[in-house]
Design a protein around this ligand. Sequence first.
Ligand SMILES: Nc1ncnc2c1ncn2[C@@H]1O[C@H](COP(=O)(O)OP(=O)(O)OP(=O)(O)O)[C@@H](O)[C@H]1O
Length: 396
Amino acid sequence: MTDTDQTGSTSPLAGLGRMIAVSSGKGGVGKSTLTANLALALAGQGLRVGVVDADLYGPSIPGMLGIPGDQPPAMSPAKKVIPAQAHGVKVISMAMLSGDDKPAILRGPMVTKYLQMFITQVDWGTLDVLLLDLPPGTGDIQLTLAQAFPLSGALVVSTPQDVSLKIVRRGLRMLEQVNVPILGVVENMSGFTCPSCGEVTHIFHQGGGQKIADSLNVPFLGSIPLDPAVVDGGDAGRPLILDAPDSPAAQAYRAVAAAIGGKEQDGPGLAVPFDWQVAQGSGQPAGAAAIEGGDPERPVALEYDTSGLHIRWQDGGEQVIDPRDLRLACQCAACRDEMSGQRLLDPASVALDIQPTRIWSVGNYAIGVAFSDGHSSGIYTFPALRAMKQVEAEDV
Ligand SMILES: Nc1ncnc2c1ncn2[C@@H]1O[C@H](COP(=O)(O)OP(=O)(O)OP(=O)(O)O)[C@@H](O)[C@H]1O
């Protein structure tokens, strides 16, 4: 996201960092609990974090973070709403405007209007990450929201039951159709943590989230066990991650944060997060030095020129990928059939001179690429890039 638009004026989205939606196909799967814990875990990495409680009908974030409802927020001199702050995280929610015991009855267009306000009329200051706790479901409202904001990506939360996983599949399709990159699937309540010994027992099916993620070629970011302390922490306004940081659930929340936050890296590599506007030539990530014997699947530098995307890997390997090959390799649900794995994208429809217009980091495991044909829902994991064909010497 650029800080200024083409006329040079400051955009209302300037300084909001990466906008990440947390979504779920149905209610009650633990989406808000994940958002609250994730926000704290990201703040714990030193990131500046904001949370928009976009669940206008059932706002629960303030309660989970111990923010009293029904206390109208103050206004800044610039007439912007000052967000509440809790545990180092900034928050805006309908509960602060209307009290969480008065469910909002709003039609779709009003929901978008409120959320525009929550994002652009709030004095967020400078953020690294803005989390959006979306209302549950995959209907029109979610679709409109996904289209209304320049989301860097979305997390999808599910429980292990088959019915929940089927709904997840629908949610993933919806997001991909509106070109929102899927950062990954998180499975919640996937085993029971014994309150006395801390051991995790799998009381439902296991591995469903992983299977869905695999079948759709999106990352699986982890399983969060069922833990009564999660409920107690949520009810007390102190997310579990604060009071039981060593519990399996807290560790799982931190693992999700590490995957999407990008601050915890195993060894030096490309400086993330970045948002490289390739077409405008701004925001190219700073490169790092390759180290001998380094991870062959971690890039240390990215360049782009007429011959293609140049990737230098940590083990010293160099690769040039043709932009058209990159577009044709897109694994998103619009480009590849999720069941058969067959390509849906007709190669004849991809222009020979297609170019990437924007490349951004997706956690510390992948890049997202937007192309000159308007397609931007593809996520390319580092191993998938490394496995791609190199531009032939005579082509360069
Ligand atoms: N891992 C977990 N272990 C135990 N309880 C959990 C876990 N995750 C969430 N819960 C509990 O499940 C309930 C629903 O969670 P939450 O409100 O986060 O779901 P949601 O998907 O946001 O629901 P909605 O969309 O309806 O607001 C809460 O009482 C919460 O404390």
